[in-house]
Ligand binder design. Structure first.
Ligand code: NDP
Ligand code: 2IT
Length: 450
């Protein structure tokens, strides 16, 4: 354990107050222990010391004028973490909680996630501490334009290709693409998650949620089981959650919950997907709106379990799909889920389970798909969008979806094989971290000390 402690101690000194980043690093390094014990080559090439340090971190001012004529200032970020396997690739998050720690944890996770896809993409992440809630369309546009006024000089279709994440969807990507085009005069695949009218890929919108459910399906298939008839808890009500719910319904499971930052809906007979799409994608309202149509559902406002947990994980279910945000499933939540008979967790969000929750799932030997494996379908399909842009071709929905399924299957197989090789066949955290790390580390060694 000494190198883990040493690395975290060094990070705490060189990058103070970045707890989410230390959490992500610690989880990966703990998994690598058996690998580093048997192979000294990674130590010889100082791979650990290099891999935890971003190649480049860009922080910038984002000034803009709100609808009342007041000048607002936000903090913008892009962390270009690792380019051993390809151009930096990863989303942009617009949320008031964004800081350097959150962007670095996301960028660090992205390195291994992207490696697991087997595609030629490096790891990066960006965003701003901008809160889109309650902002008019014009304010969103002005913010996106100002953000791109700085970002455009750092990105490009073969250098760094951002996409969406929390608070960034097709609308924001559109405004940022427009500004990039105006500044550079170039029409190119510099962003993914674009509208289908002008360069987007079919199935990209659905890909993360669908991919998370495919991953769950592959975990169950390996046990001779399936999702059919399973009662599933889903958290979040954004891009990932909505399309996880859609795929669960298609596969004959019953998704019984969803949540947003203000509260949780539990609907025993199954979530009304079209209503959720209308509330969140079209009208952009709070989930409380759901109760106007379905008075038989249960609405729990946030803050019911302020110390140690969240309402969404307190209901009985066979499976859980955390699709909102980091550390939204605590150790206490995990104990309740397990006690209520939950035997599968597939993470649509990035690092949704706290360290204590991850340990509980591994100890209980349930089917547990960590985010960097289970939610890789989004970024993988982004890379398929890049391929289509580069070749000036458009694939059908079915073609993209088939490739997405194959990629999720390969990720499951790679993580599962690595877990077996290192003597813990059920531990996909270990398997995903080792399989992802090996690919990046070998590429870094071959490319020399850069
Ligand atoms: P969206 O912005 O579309 O939706 C986020 C959802 O989570 C909303 O329902 C939001 O509620 C809720 N949420 C966000 N932050 C908080 C918080 N601090 N507390 C409680 N609820 C919160 O984002 P996505 O669906 O795209 O992203 C969800 C997760 O999936 C994130 O962890 C993201 O990193 C991850 N992810 C996304 C991918 C993608 O392709 N989009 C790919 C891989 C992972 P509200 O609306 O009230 O804010
Ligand atoms: O966390 C993620 O993988 C994403 N937000 C998607 C990144 C991408 O480039 O599509």
């Amino acid at each position: 354990m000494t190198y883990i402690h040493q690395t975290i101690t060094d990070l705490k000194q060189s990058s103070p107050a970045q707890c989410e980043f230390y959490q992500a690093v610690e989880e990966v390094l703990e998994s690598l222990e058996p690998l580093l014990e048997t192979s000294k080559r990674y130590q010889k090439h100082a791979i650990i010391q290099r891999i935890v340090e971003p190649e480049r971190q860009i922080m910038f001012r984002v000034p803009w004028v709100d609808d009342n004529g007041n000048v607002q200032v936000n903090k913008g970020y892009r962390v270009e973490f690792n380019s051993a396997l390809g151009p930096y690739k990863g989303g942009l998050r617009f949320h008031p909680s964004v800081n350097a720690s959150i962007i670095k944890f996301l960028g660090f996770e992205q390195i291994f996630k992207n490696a697991l896809t087997g595609l030629p993409i490096g790891g990066g992440k960006g965003g701003a501490n901008f809160d889109p809630k309650g902002r008019s369309d014009n304010e969103i546009m002005r913010f996106c334009q100002s953000y791109m006024n700085e970002l455009y000089r750092h990105i490009g279709p073969t250098t760094d290709v951002p996409a969406g994440d929390i608070g960034v969807g097709a609308r924001e990507i559109g405004y940022m693409f427009g500004q990039y085009k105006r500044l550079t005069g170039r029409y190119e695949g510099v962003l993914t998650g674009k509208s289908l009218l002008w360069g987007g890929s079919l199935a990209r919108k659905e890909a993360t949620g669908y991919g998370t459910v495919y991953f769950a399906q592959y975990m169950l298939e390996a046990q001779g089981s399936s999702l059919k008839g399973k009662k599933c808890l889903v958290s979040g009500a954004g891009n990932v959650a909505i399309y996880a719910i859609e795929k669960l319904l298609e596969l004959g499971a019953t998704p019984v919950s969803c949540s947003d930052s203000r509260g949780t809906i539990f609907h025993e007979q199954g979530i009304d997907l079209e209503l959720i799409k209308d509330i969140k994608e079209v009208r952009r309202l709070s989930l409380e709106e759901y109760m106007r149509v379905h008075s038989d559902a249960i609405y729990t406002p946030s803050g019911e379990y302020p110390e140690d947990g969240h309402a969404v994980w307190r209901f009985n279910a066979d499976a859980a799909f955390p699709c909102a945000t980091q550390n939204e499933l605590t150790g206490e939540d995990a104990q309740v889920l397990l006690a209520n008979g939950c035997t599968l967790v597939s993470e649509g969000a990035n690092m949704p389970s706290s360290q204590a929750a991850v340990e509980a799932f591994i100890k209980a030997q349930i089917a547990y798909g960590p985010g960097k494996a289970a939610n890789a379908g989004g970024v993988a399909t982004s890379q398929l969008e890049m391929s289509q842009n580069a070749s000036m071709r458009n694939w059908t929905f079915e073609e993209v979806d088939e490739q997405l399924k194959a990629i999720m299957k390969n990720i499951f197989t790679a993580a599962s094989n690595a877990a077996q090789e290192y003597g813990q066949p059920n531990n996909l955290v270990l398997g995903a971290n080792i399989a992802g790390f090996k690919r990046v580390a070998e590429a870094m060694i071959e490319q020399g000390v850069v």
